[in-house]
Design a protein around this ligand. Structure first.
Ligand code: FAD
Length: 293
């Protein structure tokens, strides 16, 4: 199939793009990498009358380090760029590693950070990383700018808090203080597919080797990526030994309540969720043992 007729605009500046969004509201759709929007338009599941192509906007394609190790990632940073940005410090290695799991190289060459966040597929890697890394998103409209925590931004499957007249311009990822280790695991039917279940874990230890902070985020198992706070609490105060990690995996399985669909049953997702959580925690522990991040 082909899309319904639409009018195409290619603004040269952010202000011009914001004017178009403010003028056309929900009739307009932003086009970034087109890797999710174009298939939806071709299947006529999305029928925008106006397309605002943001690919010519300057300054939104950079991954930059801020003081304290925070990272600002522009909306037009391609997944491929993020994948290669391992040397910018802070939480960059985990972002780069996760980006490598997005689709295939052709998709990563075009797909963008902003597009992935706004599309908000529950099985996508970057929304899970935004939750795990306690990122914020910057949303701009002709009326001004607002900053939202990732937890406020993702509402449910393919639904976020962005308004039709807003452009997501950046993702801001805070720096990680202290010794953190991380792990990322997902299970897909085929290489490059969306995850059936995935996990991102971050653990921090104090000087005595005892865990003093933990973040365990599961994705592909609900409407949005979710931190499993019961597991995080159970990990703090432990030495992250095998027995503790096995207990954490059991707790993940008990905490999840995924839906069954054509890709996987609820039971399968719960079991695999526990497995990827345990593997991600084991990797986080291993990275900590060799100096962290
Ligand atoms: C075969 C295939 C496999 C894939 N596998 C994966 C995978 O494993 N993991 C994964 O995460 N993704 C996967 N994707 C999706 C891919 O990552 C897309 O790049 C991503 O979902 C959307 O990014 P985009 O830049 O292409 O956005 P677009 O398709 O251009 O836009 C997506 C949505 O976001 C809106 N939008 C885009 N940018 C902005 C912005 N800056 N401000 C406001 N609104 C905006 C658009 O209006 C649209 O609603 C796959 C895609 C394909 C085709």
């Amino acid at each position: 199939m082909k899309p319904v007729r639409f009018e195409y605009f290619a603004p040269q500046s952010i202000d011009e793009a914001l004017d178009l969004l403010s003028q056309h509201g929900s009739d307009a759709k932003v086009l970034a990498g087109g890797q999710s929007l174009m298939p939806l338009m071709n299947m006529r599941l999305s029928r925008p009358a106006i397309i605002v192509d943001i690919n010519r906007l300057q300054g939104l394609d950079k991954v930059e380090t801020e003081p304290g190790g925070a990272i600002t990632c522009g909306a037009l940073v391609r997944h491929r760029t993020l994948e290669q940005a391992t040397d910018v410090g802070g939480p960059a290695p985990v972002l780069a590693y996760a980006a490598r799991h997005i689709g295939h190289s052709q998709i990563r060459n075009r797909g963008t950070v902003g597009g992935s966040l706004v599309h908000a597929d529950p099985a996508a890697e970057l929304p899970a990383l935004a939750i795990a890394l306690e990122a914020q998103v910057v949303l701009r409209s002709a009326a001004g700018e607002r900053l939202l925590e990732a937890t406020e931004f993702f509402i449910t499957d393919l639904t976020t808090a962005i308004e039709p007249d807003e452009l997501l311009t950046d993702m801001r990822v805070p720096g990680l203080t202290g010794d953190w280790g991380w792990g990322f695991h997902e299970v897909c039917r085929r290489d490059g597919d969306f995850a059936l279940a995935g996990a991102v874990s971050l653990v921090r230890t104090g000087p005595s080797g005892v865990c003093d902070d933990a973040r365990v985020t599961l994705f592909g198992v609900g409407g949005t990526p979710t931190r499993i706070t019961a597991v995080e609490t159970a990990l703090v105060g432990t030495k992250l030994d095998d027995r503790t990690l096995a207990g954490a995996a059991r707790l993940v399985e008990e905490s999840l309540d995924p839906a069954s669909d054509i890709h996987a049953s609820m039971e399968y997702r719960k079991e695999v969720g526990a497995v990827v959580a345990r593997r991600s925690l084991e990797d986080a522990r291993t990275r900590l043992a060799v100096g962290g991040i």
